[in-house]
Write a protein that binds this ligand. Structure first.
Ligand SMILES: [Zn+2]
Length: 352
C-alpha cells in the first residue's frame, strides 16, 4: 500500500468555506470520479492550482473547491472537500461519489506520478469506505467531455498506474516507467494499442501472445478490450526480445509488433471476424431471438431479402426460411443442403 500524504486546506491556504458543505458518511460513498480541468492545458504548479480552482468555484457561488481532492502532475494530493463533505463535481453523484481532479486539461497527458497518486487515493478510498468503489470518469455521470480522452481511457482500463501494484496479481507487476509521462496507448498503422484500445486487432495480439507462450496473466480472454493482462503479457514478450526498462513497458511498438505477428496490421487490412455461429437450435419454426434478426439483416445486406414483406425481426418466419434457402441454392447446394435452415457453413459464408 502506497502511503498517501494529503496536503490540507490549511497548508495550501484555503479560504474559509463560504457556507457549510453537508456531511456525508463514508458508508454513503459508492463511486470514485476522475475529472480534468477542462479544455485548456494547466501550466500552474503547486498550491496555485488549488487557489485557482477555489477562486473559480467560489465565483460560481459554491462553498469552495468542489472536488473532494485534486492531484497535480508532480503527484501531490490536495484536500478539497475531503472524505466526508459533500462535493460539487457531478450532479446527482456528489454524495455517492468522491470526485478527484487530476490537474491537466485539453490534450495534456497525465504524468505517471499523477496517475500513481490518483490510484493510491482510490485504494485509500476503498479501504476507508470498506467497499470497492466503482471507477468512473465525469462523463459517466454527466454529459461532458471531462475527464478528456487520456484520463477517460485510463479510467476505462481500470486505472493502472506504474508505481501502484494491484494486489490480486502476485504473478507480476505493472511496468514501472519511471518516466514523467506514462506511455499507455499508441497508434500504429491507424490502430490503437494499449489502455483504452478496443477491437479485433487487440484480440489478435492476445491470441498471438498466448501462442508464443506469453499468456499467463490472462484469467479470461484474450478479448477485444486492452487490459492490464495484455500489458503484462506483452511486457514479458518484449523482455524475451531483449528489451529492458521503458522499452519493455508492455505497450507495443512497431518492431515488437512485427516480430509478434510477422506483419504490421493496419486499419485497411484488418478485417472484422464474422460473428460466431450460435447453433442450429436457434433457428426454425417457433424460435425467436436476436440471432434471427441478425441473420435476416445479413440476408438483406447480401441481396437475399426478397421474401420479407416486413422485418426482418427476431421471430422465425417462412420468409426467413425461403431467403436462407435462396442463399443456400446460390452456393450450389440442393436437397437437405438447401433446407432453409442455417448451419455453420451457411452462417460462415453469409457473414464472410
Ligand atoms: Zn469533471
Amino acid at each position: 500500500m502506497t502511503d498517501i500524504d494529503i496536503i490540507s486546506r490549511a497548508t495550501w491556504g484555503a479560504k474559509p468555506w463560504d457556507g457549510n458543505p453537508a456531511h456525508v458518511a463514508l458508508s454513503q460513498r459508492r463511486e470514485f470520479f476522475v475529472h480534468y480541468d477542462g479544455g485548456h492545458e494547466v501550466s500552474r504548479t503547486g498550491y496555485a492550482i488549488m487557489r485557482a480552482i477555489e477562486a473559480e468555484h467560489l465565483g460560481q457561488g459554491w462553498a469552495g473547491v468542489g472536488y473532494n481532492f485534486v492531484v497535480d502532475q508532480a503527484g501531490n494530493i490536495y484536500e478539497g472537500r475531503g472524505w466526508e463533505r459533500q462535493g460539487a463535481h457531478c450532479p446527482n453523484h456528489n454524495i455517492s461519489g468522491i470526485g478527484v481532479q487530476i490537474a491537466i486539461g485539453g490534450d495534456q497527458k497525465p504524468s505517471a506520478k499523477a496517475l500513481a497518486a490518483c490510484r493510491a487515493l482510490y485504494e485509500e478510498a476503498c479501504r476507508k469506505t470498506g467497499r470497492t468503489l466503482s471507477k468512473k470518469g465525469h462523463k459517466d455521470g454527466f454529459a461532458t467531455a471531462c475527464p478528456g480522452k487520456h484520463l477517460y481511457a485510463w479510467v476505462q482500463a481500470g486505472m493502472p498506474a506504474g508505481d501502484y501494484k494491484p494486489a490480486p496479481d502476485p504473478g507480476g507487476s505493472l511496468p514501472s516507467s519511471g518516466a514523467e509521462v506514462a506511455r499507455y496507448k499508441v497508434t500504429i498503422g491507424g490502430l490503437e494499442y494499449g489502455y483504452g484500445a478496443y477491437g479485433d486487432h487487440v484480440t489478435r495480439i492476445g491470441k498471438a501472445l498466448v501462442k508464443r507462450g506469453f499468456g499467463r496473466h490472462y484469467t479470461s480472454g484474450p478479448g477485444p478490450r486492452w487490459t492490464d493482462a495484455d500489458t503484462l503479457n506483452y511486457a514479458e514478450f518484449q523482455k524475451s526480445l531483449g528489451y529492458t526498462g521503458k522499452a519493455a513497458d508492455g505497450i507495443p511498438g512497431e518492431a515488437s509488433l512485427k516480430e509478434l505477428l510477422g506483419t504490421l496490421p493496419s486499419k485497411v487490412t484488418a478485417k472484422p471476424s464474422p460473428p460466431k455461429f450460435p447453433g442450429r437450435d436457434k433457428f426454425g419454426p417457433g424460435k425467436s431471438n436476436t440471432y434471427i434478426t441478425q441473420l435476416g439483416q445479413q440476408l438483406v445486406r447480401k441481396g437475399y431479402g426478397k421474401h420479407y414483406k416486413q422485418g426482418p425481426g427476431p421471430k422465425w418466419s417462412e420468409a426467413d426460411r425461403r431467403n436462407v434457402q435462396d442463399f443456400q441454392r446460390a452456393q450450389g447446394w440442393s436437397g437437405s443442403g438447401a433446407d432453409g435452415l442455417p448451419g455453420p457453413e451457411t452462417w460462415a459464408r453469409l457473414f464472410s
